[in-house]
Design a binder for this molecule. Sequence first.
Ligand SMILES: Cc1ncc(COP(=O)(O)O)c(C=O)c1O
Length: 384
Amino acid sequence: MAPTKPAARPDNARFSSGPCAKPPTFVLDQLADAPLGRSHRASVGKSKLKAAIDLTREILGVPADYRIGIVPASDTGAVEMAMWSMLGARPCTMIAWESFGAEWVTDVVKQLRLDATVLKAGYGEIVDLTQVDFDTDVVFTWNGTTSGVRLPNGDAIPVTRAGLTICDATSAAFAQDLPWDKLDVTTFSWQKVMGGEAAHGMLILSPRAVERLESYTPAWPLPKIFRLTKGGKLIEGIFVGETINTPSMLAVEDYLVALAWGKSVGGLPGLMARADANAKAIFDFCEARDWIDNLAIDPATRSNTSVCLKFTDPRITDGAAFAKSVAKRLESEGVALDIGAYRDAPPGLRIWCGATVETADIEAMLPWLDWAFVVEIEALAQAA
Ligand SMILES: Cc1ncc(COP(=O)(O)O)c(C=O)c1O
């Protein structure tokens, strides 16, 4: 007999891991002040870009002597411009425990062709950072979006180190505490925890990263889109809103709206608490069931943004097909959109829990997961 459908539905079923849900108070009218059709180099455009940088600094608590720039090509652009501009000066260690980290390994090993030390862990696991030589340059992803495994803290990174740390914090920034004294290059994009629009990347540089830029010229050519220096000096304008090329002023306005919302919910502590509460609702759900589990093996490494789940019921023989059917069923009911695991990740679900998601929506969605699981298990039994 088909199980009864839950009575309640989430108000917002958008649990995609990027672009992520807009802030709950978002309406398009909030973008009315965007200086559309105006030059980003006019004072109105420049002041919006600078406000985006200043508010980012304020909310994330970025030290005053760190530069923050808005750069092209989203997080990928920010990570790649940092790697292309800074790596090669000293030995380098590439760390990956899911597919985005693995992409940066490919960049460095296959494209830049550096003889890097590569440390990898499988989905659900993490690389032990205490084994890493931080006198080398180290590239890593703080929160592995496709495995739901994150660094619990930066304790293993020494404050005094000869190498630079380059950290892809796309799905961590605004939801997890980032220790600025341990990070020389930090990148993220707007469409994740803040629910902004895609296109632009944020590049945060420590004074040591700037020193590297000003003292080292890579052996390979750098396209204009990657160039952060001119005549051996940092192009300071990039870090006050004079972008390398044309930004979307609509996307900038949208980010400003998201940042204002972030402040209204208590700034960084408030944003982190929202993600924590969302993730906890899912952790508790899994704890109470013997057919679903977190992909992250060590509870300390469980992401509070990209929560990845695996089905563990022994009756499931084709894990990928089962997870796909569950995700499809939830999507067709309109209760959970885009929650299938990432294409390169093990079969399962990935439910975004970043700050823009309401805990009440997670709580309203989870009974539907119970329902879809039973429906799919019964379908398996009937097919057998
Ligand atoms: C950890 C991580 N790095 C990089 C990216 C790519 O980001 P973008 O599409 O903003 O370049 C993503 C996107 O999901 C990500 O999660």
